[in-house]
Ligand binder design. Structure first.
Ligand SMILES: NC(=O)c1ccc[n+]([C@@H]2O[C@H](COP(=O)([O-])OP(=O)(O)OC[C@H]3O[C@@H](n4cnc5c(N)ncnc54)[C@H](OP(=O)(O)O)[C@@H]3O)[C@@H](O)[C@H]2O)c1
Length: 259
């Protein structure tokens, strides 16, 4: 295994919010970074910053990850550049808030494809190569929404349940060869709320954690080989206390807090 194979990290959703902080943190650790999202301009700006501040190589790949062919297309593009990443940060995602029945079918499909199918296929494609090499790290971004049913974010929350269960299962299945870690942020002040239409109530604001911290805690957990981590004391308390209540009660409480 050559050194260049393991130096590259792919960060999806690197044009905004948490993805930018993952890229900054990884570049600070001297990893070369592939930035992936649809909007090229913010990624080019970030690429310039990372090259200047950390002296690492940065590649920008503008791609719509909700398109079915996108995982294979991305790997092809990286093959053509001779990049075989040793780190995959599956971060791109968006939510849809509000009453499920009123959500647009096309947007729902797009969200589920991005948050579940693309994440799974990227993990499969890049994870397979990592397993063949006997080394690699994959981080999946779930959410506190994975720890209880989420009325008014129902399909998004259920998608994040998938991410959490999938990631922890792979953590065990792939064992020491390829480490898979799931990071679950609670609320962050990013582009997420605008895109999802989610308006957090004032009572939820104390649980907000910065994307800088979420990226740092998530990457720390991944490099330490942990299965999953929830970021923020209040968020960890919420997830812990959910162990002692029924799903129905959790759903009712979440509904009341979100309405
Ligand atoms: N913010 C929160 O409160 C919160 C809480 C828990 C979990 N999360 C999770 O954290 C992750 C990052 O979200 P964020 O908070 O950083 O939100 P954000 O600021 O809206 O960033 C989302 C990123 O995903 C990319 N993306 C969206 N659709 C895409 C598509 N079709 N193809 C390629 N890239 C796409 C966006 O890039 P383009 O638009 O340029 O494509 C952007 O870079 C998501 O998985 C989200 O579910 C967020």
């Amino acid at each position: 295994m050559s050194k260049s194979e393991t130096q590259w990290a792919v960060v999806t959703g690197a044009s905004s919010g948490l993805g930018i902080e993952f890229a900054r943190n990884l570049a600070g650790r001297k990893h070369n970074v592939v930035l992936v999202a649809r909007r090229a301009e913010p990624m080019e700006t970030l690429a310039t910053e990372l090259r200047q501040q950390h002296g690492v190589q940065v590649v920008v790949e503008s791609i719509d990850l909700s398109a079915p062919s996108s995982p294979v297309d991305l790997q092809k593009r990286l093959d053509e550049r001779g990049i075989d990443p040793g780190i995959l940060i599956n971060n791109a995602g968006f939510g849809l808030s509000g009453e499920f029945i009123t959500q647009e079918p096309e947007r729902l499909r797009e969200m589920l494809h991005l948050d579940i199918v693309t994440l799974t296929e990227l993990t499969h494609l890049f994870g397979k190569r990592m397993a063949e090499r006997g080394r690699g790290n994959i981080l999946l971004v779930a959410s506190l929404a994975a720890y209880q049913p989420d009325p008014l974010l129902a399909a998004y929350g259920a998608a994040k349940h998938y991410v959490l269960a999938f990631g922890v299962a792979l953590h065990v299945e792939l064992g020491s060869k390829v480490n898979v870690t799931v990071v679950s942020p609670g609320l962050m002040d990013t582009g997420f709320n605008d895109v999802s239409g989610f308006k957090p109530k004032a009572s939820l604001k104390p649980s907000i954690v910065s994307p800088v911290k979420v990226a740092a805690v998530g990457l720390e957990a991944m490099f330490a080989g942990k299965s999953s981590v929830i970021v923020g004391k209040l968020n960890r308390f919420t997830a812990f206390s959910n162990r002692f209540t029924s799903r129905l009660l959790q759903a009712r409480l979440t509904y009341r807090m979100s309405k």
